[in-house]
Design a protein around this ligand. Structure first.
Ligand SMILES: [Fe+2]
Ligand SMILES: [Fe+2]
Length: 198
């Protein structure tokens, strides 16, 4: 793996100023959430650092690279091309920066849609991306509070809010986000934290 300093330099060169500021915000919150929930802070910081490393590439280039790397893109990701940067970012993090840790690469890969079997690190990155200080949407302050009280509740709230937003915009909803939400809700039901049908 190349050093964090070199990764940061590369990101700064290849990202818009806005995206770089977002990345710094996600790193800050990912570290805070990792500390709160006993997640490996180093891994959280590194995953946050590279999570959007592919996002500012032109979309046709993203598509070409994804093909080149053998990333299988489902129909929905082909139609909603903003989804491509997550799996592509994971591949780039490995190839370009030499990050090999599967837990980090996985967190990058699932940061946009979530995943039915999210690890605590996945959840930390998913949420940090959602609530970093630069984010501003109705309900963000409540989500910021819940994120430090109950990780799963916060991920469910973030999914709910994205699902509503995507539907209101008439766009395609990736089933993985629905699966992520349902899995977390089912786990809560099984733990008795939530009543069936209520
Ligand atoms: Fe992203
Ligand atoms: Fe992001």
């Amino acid at each position: 793996m190349i050093s964090k300093e070199l990764i940061m330099e590369d990101l700064k060169r290849n990202m818009t100023q806005k995206r770089f500021a977002h990345t710094l915000g996600v790193m800050e919150i990912a570290v805070a959430l990792a500390k709160r929930y006993g997640v490996d802070v180093e891994k959280a910081q590194l995953a946050a650092m590279v999570h959007d490393c592919a996002k500012d590439m032109p979309q046709d280039e993203q598509l070409n690279l994804a093909r080149q790397f053998g990333i299988l893109l489902d129909e929905i990701s082909m139609a909603e091309k903003a989804l491509i940067h997550a799996p592509l970012g994971a591949a780039l993090a490995k190839i370009k920066y030499g990050i090999e840790d599967p837990a980090i690469l996985r967190a990058v890969k699932v940061h946009t849609t979530g995943d039915p079997k999210m690890t605590p690190l996945d959840k930390v990155i998913f949420l940090a991306d959602y609530i970093e200080p630069g984010r501003n949407f109705p309900g963000v302050d409540r989500l910021r509070k819940v994120a430090f009280e109950d990780l799963d509740d916060a991920v469910i709230m973030a999914c709910d809010s994205t699902i509503k937003y995507v539907i209101e915009g008439g766009r395609l909803l990736h089933p993985r986000m629905v699966e992520a939400r349902n899995c977390l809700l089912l786990e809560k039901l099984k733990r008795g934290e939530k009543k069936w049908g209520g």
